[in-house]
Design a protein around this ligand. Sequence first.
Ligand code: 6PG
Length: 466
Amino acid sequence: MNKAEFGIIGLGVMGANLAANAAEKGISISVYNRSEGIEARVVADFLKDHPGEHIQGHTQLTDFVASLARPRKILIMVPAGAPVDEVIDQLTPFLDRDDSIIDGGNSHYKDTFRRCGSLQKKGMAFFGVGVSGGASGARKGPSMMVGGQQTNYYLIQPILESIAAKDPNGNPCVAYLGPQGCGHFVKMVHNGIEYAEMQLLAEAYVLLKPSLDHDTMAELLSEWNEGLEQSFLLETTINILRKKENGTPLLEKVLDVAASKGTGSWTVQAATELGAPASFTASALFARSFSSLKKKRKQLAALSNAAKTDALITIEALQNAYRWARVLNHHEGLQLIQMASDHYGWDVSLQEITRVWTNGCILASTLVVDISKAISEEDFLQHPMFESTRKNGVPALDTILTEASAQHIAVPCFSNALQYWYTMSSVSLPANLIQAQRDSFGAHTYRRIDRLEDESFTTNWNNTHG
Ligand code: 6PG
């Protein structure tokens, strides 16, 4: 058999779908999966499901490595964390200089930093690639965010480009974004934005529930989906609302306790380390945390007996509030990526990142297409494209929060949107008092608006005589 162009390690859902996608694009592939225990038949089953002359399968790592054309290009699709290190350790003794390893899992960007450094020392290239789009994206065309050694990117670029989704201009939704952990950082923030996008939809759902049944809500959201609100997540939500079990909405039977795998939490941690806000992701992440306190919520519900109004939500206000909140959510996420890029010296292009997000990924939407057009050196919130969204969105958020409050409905992400906007558009904040308090009890010093920026001062604040 001829040597394969592309190797894939790990035939879980994502690995198997990416392998099938690559094979369909005419790329000769070789796949490897271990064969212990319940994984005994994974490779054999994959080969049976995908009969084709350019697919080879192996359960011995040495045979797998020998089946690949040099320089080798190997995609690892195993769970993030220790399994990635284990595979790298098992694999590298059989590899040569200029071979490339691509980690396509949701790895932590700091792990990717470390792995890039240690493989580069061995003369090999390591790429941390954020792959988005879930199982169907992997099969039909995902969006991919590449970080790693730029000089070797040309070796893997044609393969990644042929399996990627296409943007509205027909270009592949994959790009080299920066060195080291840059690709995984961008994917992590993509997920952080995703958390808040999901939470905003969940809040819209709870606000609409008193007025609309599931089918009518799905109809309304389908109308939204015809216009500016179009998105993969909105489509997903519409399908969920329509799903029935024995004639009743299945959604009503789903326990209201949300799980998470970690990227939302990592986004918030990374933001705090960089001194950047990630308030949307944090509200969405903590909304999931609150949801898990089900027992406590039931207990305290007995105390919540203040009168609620039965006034219904204004649907037009909800649509305008949702539209502006989403713009702000993306704004905050992209700002975090920019701050990380400045800190690590990645020199990312937000235009290229948003272009890569226009299709194939969970964030794919008309809004992302618009942001990719509006984003340049100027802050994209200043672009005329978003002027009417802002003008209608700010009062609409105010209306929605008042209405939600009258009905005692918690809407942390909508609420965060208004706070985010008021904060980000304030020339002055009461942080002067925070600084004075810090200096008063801890002599932590403060800077003055009437002196040079790098001068610091401390004062005995208890002696109130100037
Ligand atoms: C994607 C998704 C994918 C996955 C998340 C879910 O871009 O394809 O983001 O990575 O669905 O890991 O994360 P939680 O389980 O934390 O919600």
